[in-house]
Design a protein around this ligand. Structure first.
Ligand code: ZN
Length: 143
């Protein structure tokens, strides 16, 4: 956000609805899989990439470059195939806080545009989605 917008707010009227994001929803199945995988890896972190179709995240893609460590999940993005259906990343935090670390923000800004962090206890209320800037976004859960 520029200093101008920070000081004076968005230039569009408050009544204007933001345009729908490229990715605006996640399928229930994919979210369940994220919860299950995060529980299975606990207290280590789980990490993967996300695939979307027509604006809906449909698939959690485990990549060969993913290393779940005790302290943090590293995904070797250079090993990822160039695949436009991959829209971002998901990883778990074994803590109760689903807020991005500086390292997370670095990843968010360099790979994809839709990211999820799910915190312990890995349920419907413990995940947050973020955009490239690490700002919170809303993702609908659809069947
Ligand atoms: Zn993190």
């Amino acid at each position: 956000m520029s200093w101008f917008r920070r000081l004076f707010g968005p230039s569009t009227p408050q009544t204007a609805r933001p345009p729908r994001r490229k990715v605006f929803a996640i399928q229930r199945d994919a979210l369940d899989l994220i919860m299950e995988a995060s529980k299975a890896e606990h207290p280590r972190e789980f990490g993967a990439t996300l695939r979307a179709e027509r604006g809906v995240i449909t698939e959690v893609v485990l990549t060969p470059g993913t290393i779940a460590g005790d302290r943090h999940t590293f995904i070797n993005y250079h090993l990822l195939p160039i695949d436009p259906s991959i829209v971002g990343t998901v990883h778990s935090h074994p803590s109760p806080w689903a807020h991005p670390s500086d390292a997370d923000k670095q990843v968010f800004s360099s790979f994809g545009h839709t990211h999820i962090i799910i915190a312990h206890p890995y349920d419907d209320d413990s995940w947050i989605a973020y955009d490239t800037r690490g700002d919170r976004i809303e993702l609908e859960v659809v069947d």
